[in-house]
Ligand binder design. Structure first.
Ligand code: FDA
Length: 304
């Protein structure tokens, strides 16, 4: 628990981030979780996944940007990705973080930059998934998800099971027929707003999963937790749902063994494929989820 908190604290440290992201060792150490620094790297991974029957959602790494120039770069980077993926006929979606589009500068800046991406994606028949960030961003993110979905119809929102408010937010999204990705939640949140124990988070995930199977629009269950995955399969079977009525989502590189099993069993599986140079916060959150990954990292460092 202490190690998890320390890793999440470090994930927020901007100076450390700048130093680590430019280290020559980085590529070797991060390649298990990150497709590579360029869009071409990500497209290569997607092609391989699609050949194996696995869908992808592309995440151009970056978040918490602080200058208008960075916001424009983020918008242009995503526009390029949407156009290339559409031209290649790949069935991928795009995952975006609103702080990468300037949410911390202003809601209006964010809206102006994210809208062209959603609009272009809609024109090309693609879906944009709006990741959920720390609790300070939840209201503003949901507001934008609802508005963008109403205007374009090609947006999926994210619900974090660890937040007490998530039952209400899930009901609101279901009522508006907005597709949802359900995850446990990856940020450091206080006990006043989030379940402090893993057990309570898992129970919340299970409850929300039932709601989404009953009232959601093609929900995505984003977890590597085998118990929750088994529960999703059972609940879907009991409701006579076709395997295409929902999807499982996992992060690239985490559970390759499970990927094969999903495909063998005929389930729809989407992997979250991150790429780009600003990998530090994403990578640190992955270490925080499973501090045993530190051992893997250190082994690679020692191998030289
Ligand atoms: P849990 O952490 O309990 O892990 C269950 C098992 O999975 C572990 O025992 C281990 O075997 C394996 N595992 C999990 N994480 C691992 C890791 N890093 N390395 C190795 N093994 C690991 N969060 C958020 O706040 N906002 C968001 O928008 C998203 N989006 C998102 C998309 C997708 C596709 C996924 C899969 C996850 C997210 N998340 C997220 C992250 C999510 O909230 C959560 O932090 C992680 O998925 C880890 O939780 P699990 O559900 O996997 O369970």
């Amino acid at each position: 628990m202490i190690l998890r908190s320390l890793l999440l604290f470090l994930s927020d440290q901007k100076q450390l981030r700048g130093w680590v992201e430019t280290s020559p060792l980085a590529r070797r150490l991060t390649s298990r979780f990150i497709a590579g620094p360029t869009l071409e790297d990500a497209l290569g991974v997607c092609t391989r996944l699609h050949q194996g029957g696995v869908l992808a959602t592309l995440d151009r790494l970056g978040e918490s940007v602080t200058s208008p120039g960075e916001v424009e770069a983020s918008r242009d980077g995503y526009l390029e990705a949407v156009e290339k993926v559409a031209a290649l006929g790949m069935p991928a979606t795009f995952s975006i973080k609103l702080t990468h589009f300037g949410l911390d500068l202003s809601e209006d800046t964010c809206r102006r930059h994210v809208e062209p991406v959603v609009q272009t994606a809609q024109r090309l028949g693609k879906v944009v998934e709006v990741d959920m960030e720390s609790s300070a961003h939840v209201d503003r993110t949901l507001r934008l998800v609802v508005d963008l979905h109403q205007a374009y119809g090609n947006v999926r929102g994210v619900i974090q099971a660890y937040l007490y408010r998530s039952a209400e937010d899930t009901a609101m999204l279901c009522e508006r027929r907005i597709p949802v990705r359900l995850c446990k939640g990856a940020y450091r949140e206080p006990g006043a707003i989030a379940y402090p124990s893993k057990r309570a988070v898992n129970q919340s995930f299970a409850r929300l999963m039932q709601v989404l199977l009953e009232r959601g629009v093609c929900p995505g269950f984003a977890t590597h937790d085998v118990k929750l995955i088994a529960l999703a399969k059972r609940l879907a079977r009991e409701r006579g749902m076709a395997a295409g009525g929902f999807e499982f989502q996992m992060l690239y590189g985490i559970r390759r063994d499970l990927e094969k099993q999903f495909i063998r069993e005929g389930y729809r599986l989407r992997l979250y494929v991150p790429y780009g140079e600003h990998w530090y916060p994403y990578f640190m959150r992955r270490l925080a989820e499973r501090p045993a990954n530190l051992r893997f990292l250190l082994r690679n460092l020692v191998k030289g």
